[in-house]
Design a protein around this ligand. Structure first.
Ligand SMILES: Cc1cc2nc3c(=O)[nH]c(=O)nc-3n(C[C@H](O)[C@H](O)[C@H](O)COP(=O)(O)OP(=O)(O)OC[C@H]3O[C@@H](n4cnc5c(N)ncnc54)[C@H](O)[C@@H]3O)c2cc1C
Length: 303
């Protein structure tokens, strides 16, 4: 079997939505990205396992995405099978002070569930638009807290579809990084622990964090959050501003006038534009501030 035939063969085994030549711009918060050969939204874990087994049998490359909120997909798109984890892996249970969340659970939903259960420690997630899977891979964080601090166990599958279980200590969570990114695994869910807290206090912290985001981030335009990681003890946004890069622009991609570490898509921007702007900003910051910025946004596809 070649081309579309191999993907149509997969369709008969799975229950989830499958689309061929799907523009990834529909699945990234930047609204950028060429076509994925085949995008599959698994209906459940069995679907995911079946898809992995099928991909292995037919030698198809596999990529995984969540909400695409920290992702730059190439203008040429992604070859192979793209697994988008969402509601099919959306279980969310609270038991005895612990929360189990599937990889596809949106972070604000996890934060709201913890609030209802009067568990503190998840407030920082309220305004982060990713999923549990993407956030664990990235060790997403804000307001002095990160995923690695709350998680106690991560469930995953390897590319052969075999189940893996990691304890927190095996994963070595550091700033925007964990060992999950070096091991080609698909995160399926995780167990988190909270701290008992008063509902009103939890709620007011969530509201405060969200209102701060609304006033400091350009949420009205497509973006992917912070483009660069903060260097130790400093802020990438401050350095970009100091280097005079605010409002710098390539094509339709602009360094946001509101938050210099956010690059906004003014309409029709491409991954090529983003990468050119990344290089320009990086060069200017290095020349003027003597620091090399590292990208936080993950790239997928051919660059
Ligand atoms: C407006 C805005 C604000 C943001 N604020 C913050 C913030 O405060 N703090 C912060 O840390 N981030 C922030 N982000 C970035 C982003 O939301 C987080 O990094 C988020 O955790 C990414 O989750 P995602 O589901 O969108 O992952 P994606 O962008 O889809 O993927 C990110 C990476 O994770 C991998 N991945 C995704 N799901 C899985 C899985 N199940 N198993 C294995 N790998 C997987 C992908 O292959 C990719 O490499 C912000 C983004 C935006 C647009």
């Amino acid at each position: 079997m070649t081309g579309d035939g191999v993907y149509n063969g997969l369709k008969q085994f799975i229950k989830g939505r499958m689309v061929l030549a799907e523009p990834m711009s529909k699945h990234t918060s930047w609204r950028i990205g060429g076509p994925a050969d085949c995008l599959l939204e698994p209906a459940d874990r069995d679907d995911l396992r079946l898809a992995l087994a099928y991909a292995r049998r037919h030698g198809l490359p596999v990529a995984v995405v969540g909400n695409g909120t920290n992702l730059l997909v190439s203008d040429k798109g992604i070859r192979g099978l793209v697994l988008k984890l969402g509601p099919g892996l959306g279980e969310l249970d609270v038991r005895a002070g612990a929360v189990y969340a599937g990889a596809g659970v949106p972070l604000p939903r996890l934060a709201n569930r913890a609030l209802r259960a009067e568990l503190a420690g998840f407030e920082f997630l309220a305004g982060i638009p990713g999923t549990v899977g993407g956030a664990l891979l990235m060790n997403a964080g804000a307001n002095g807290c990160s995923m690695g601090e709350r998680v106690s166990r991560v469930d995953a599958l390897d590319l052969a579809g075999d189940e893996l279980v990691f304890t927190k200590t095996q994963l070595d969570f550091t700033y925007r990084k964990s060992c999950l990114s070096c091991r080609k695994v698909i995160i399926t869910g995780a167990l988190f622990s909270g701290v008992p807290g008063a509902k009103e206090k939890i709620k007011s912290r969530m509201e405060e964090y969200q209102s701060r985001r609304r006033s400091t981030q350009p949420l009205e335009l497509p973006n992917a959050g912070s483009v660069f990681k903060n260097p130790p003890g400093d802020s990438a946004g401050r350095l970009i501003e100091q280097a005079g890069c605010k409002e710098m622009r390539v094509g339709a991609i602009q360094v946001s006038p509101r938050h210099a570490n956010f690059f906004v898509n003014l309409g029709g921007g491409t991954a090529g534009d983003v990468m050119q702007l990344v290089e320009m900003v990086r060069r200017q910051v290095q020349e003027r501030c003597g620091l090399k910025l590292l990208m936080e946004v993950q790239r997928l596809g051919e660059f």
